[in-house]
Design a binder for this molecule. Structure first.
Ligand code: KIV
Length: 297
């Protein structure tokens, strides 16, 4: 029987040359299904704002949203390692605020680690959270919480300066105690170089094959309710087609009277119905004899 993952089993997997598989999960069904499919890590990503809550970006997601969804995931998780995103403004203000927010995700929602975005500005927060005994996953490259600063969802690290800054940030995050790093939308050669330079596992999304693992958003990889998928997504199923087809079949069966059948209903109980009709008859006799104003209605 598989043992629950820890930051150490994950590191050992990478050291043994195996790739890590991380899938986002936001509720009990997605957590169960992602784990049944063999995910090593479940990421309760703030992408839930876009794929579950219908926001245009991740900026509206609150710590309360993250607590609610993380609880749903940890309630049913078995062996996968659960990482929860620190949402926008839950850690940027100060390392103290970052520690309090991270502590709530662990203490109130059962997360095993937290993820936060950025390099140099969050180093002190990473140190404080790790010192409190909470594993931190870092996130560089396209950092969606800075979407207005970045000017759009585009590949990062394209200039020599930006690439050098990303490498320096990655090294600093490792030195600050991060147990893993996500690289999002980073050219393959830069991501591979960073993964080779670091000793901690580097998990990519749109960062090529030269890293230690891959993460995809649950709804993207299943094409589930998403209208658009970036270039780096491979869809392994098409629920956008399967689900409406199934619902259409249900609607057709309801309208044509083919649902439900006898097998899909509970057996009738003639004795109960006979007794009920008896009671109803007596009640209507009583009503016929009732006097006064109310009885006239
Ligand atoms: O929120 C999220 O789902 C993420 C992944 C895209 C890495 O941060």
């Amino acid at each position: 029987m598989a043992l629950p993952h820890t930051i150490h089993t994950l590191a050992r997997k990478v050291a043994a040359g195996e790739k890590l598989v991380m899938v986002t999960a936001y509720d009990a069904p997605s957590a169960r299904l992602a784990e049944a499919g063999g995910a090593d890590l479940l990421l309760v990503g703030d992408s839930l704002g876009m794929v579950v809550l219908g926001y245009r970006d991740t900026l509206s997601v609150t710590l309360d949203d993250m607590l609610h969804h993380t609880r749903a995931v940890t309630r049913v998780r078995e062996n996968a390692f659960v990482v929860a995103d620190l949402p926008f403004m839950s850690y940027q203000v100060s390392p103290e605020r970052a520690l309090i927010s991270a502590g709530r995700l662990v203490q109130e929602a059962g997360a095993q680690a937290v993820k936060l975005e950025g390099g140099a500005p969050v180093l002190e927060s990473v140190r404080r959270i790790v010192q409190a005994g909470i594993p931190v996953m870092a996130h560089l490259g396209l950092t969606p919480q800075s979407i207005h600063q970045l000017g759009g969802y585009r590949v990062q690290g394209r200039t020599p300066n930006a690439a050098a800054q990303m490498l320096a940030d990655a090294r600093a995050l490792e030195a600050a105690g991060a147990f893993s790093l996500v690289l999002e939308c980073v050219p393959t050669d830069l991501a591979s170089l960073i993964a080779a330079e670091l000793t901690i596992p580097v998990i990519g999304i749109g960062a090529g094959a030269g890293v230690d693992g891959q993460v995809l958003v649950f709804h993207d990889l299943l094409r589930f309710g998403t209208a658009y998928a970036p270039r780096f997504v491979r869809a392994y199923a098409d629920l956008n087609q399967l689900i409406p087809e199934a619902i259409q079949r249900f609607a057709d069966d309801v309208r044509s009277g083919q649902f439900p059948t006898e097998d899909e209903t509970y057996a009738p109980s003639p004795e109960v119905m006979a007794a009920l009709q008896d009671v109803a008859r007596r009640m209507s006799d009583d009503d016929d004899h009732a006097g006064g104003y109310g009885g006239a209605c």
